[in-house]
Design a protein around this ligand. Structure first.
Ligand code: BJW
Ligand code: ZN
Length: 245
């Protein structure tokens, strides 16, 4: 099959499905200017994940961890959704769409998507480690470390670090959607971080037609129906446009 035939075939399956499910990763926001984690220019190439994205790192040095997240807040605050986020949000006006995202940047919502499961949390929320209170938090500068104004406990970014469990309610909602998905698009994720890495395989084992969109093949590619190589910002508008090309 040529690339064009593959895209037409996937388009037809997308148009026939009653609902479309996406699993997105850092690659979908790369064209917005947000660095990915692995690969060229990736955050974990310059910073050690274990020093910044674990509960142990936060206990050891909450100020350092907060500095890292404030720097990322400032970076993300200057970034806009790109044609990939926008194509999904536009498609959502014609058919139900659920997005399971590993990203904490909020760009799917900014593009207008409504059903978004943020399985690794949000950089735009803080959570008190003592009383558990979560709050919307868009501050780009603050005295560090921030303290909860209810109980005086330490506040942390409301994201999921290595070694932490995903929120049970969100995980259950994601698994339900994957179990019943007809078509799943896995976009811009290297497929190495569990449990999200197994989501595509899980959906495929329950009958979904799983399409991967990535710059390169990944460790998960062998388990999917097909891989479309290319930039998310170029491929998704083609797959999701309502007009024939
Ligand atoms: C493009 C593109 C373009 C670029 N267009 N494509 C089972 C086996 C082994 C280990 C484990 C296991 N179960 C649990 C673990 C431990 C751990 C884990 O998976 N470790 C592995 C690394 C080995 N998992 C956990 O700890 C998870 N918790 C858990 O499972 O709890 C239960 C449990 C606990 C303890 C023990 C056992 C079980 C939690 C994982 C939390 C991950 N957190 C982070 C940080 C979030 C906050 C933050 O952002 O700071 O989440 S790490 C980081 O990786 C971030 C991402 O969401 C996540 C995934 O990265 P992603 O999105 O795939 O990005 P990249 O950079 O890897 O890939 C980008 C891709 O895009 C590439 O493929 C490019 O080619 C592509 N691309 N430009 C299209 N324009
Ligand atoms: Zn508190």
């Amino acid at each position: 099959m040529t690339d064009h035939e593959l895209i037409q075939d996937v388009r037809e399956r997308i148009m026939k499905a009653r609902k479309l499910v996406f699993l997105t990763g850092a690659g979908i926001s790369a064209e917005s200017g947000i660095p990915t984690f692995r690969g060229e220019g990736g955050l974990w190439r310059s910073y050690r994940a274990m020093d910044l994205a674990t509960p142990q790192a936060f206990s050891r040095d909450p100020v350092l961890v907060w500095e890292f997240y404030l720097w990322r807040r400032r970076l993300i605050s200057g970034c806009r959704p790109n044609p990939a986020h926008e194509a999904i949000a536009r498609f959502e006006r014609s058919k139900p769409v659920l997005i399971i995202t590993q990203n904490i940047d909020g760009l799917h919502q900014k593009a207008g998507s409504k059903e978004v499961l943020e399985i690794h949390g949000s950089i735009w929320r803080s959570r008190c480690v003592r009383c558990g209170r979560r709050r919307h938090d868009e501050r780009l500068e603050m005295e560090l470390p921030p303290l909860c104004d209810l109980c005086g406990g330490l506040e942390r970014p409301d994201v999921v670090w290595f070694g932490e469990s995903l929120d049970e309610v969100i995980l259950r909602a994601a698994l339900d959607a994957l179990r019943s998905a007809e078509v799943l698009l896995v976009v811009g994720t290297s497929g190495v971080v569990e449990p999200a890495a197994s989501f595509g395989r899980f959906a495929a084992s329950h009958g979904a037609y799983v399409v991967e969109v990535n710059l390169e093949r990944t460790a998960q590619s062998p388990y999917y129906a097909c891989t479309i190589l290319g930039k998310a910002g170029e491929v998704l508008p083609q797959l999701l446009s309502l007009e024939e090309s």
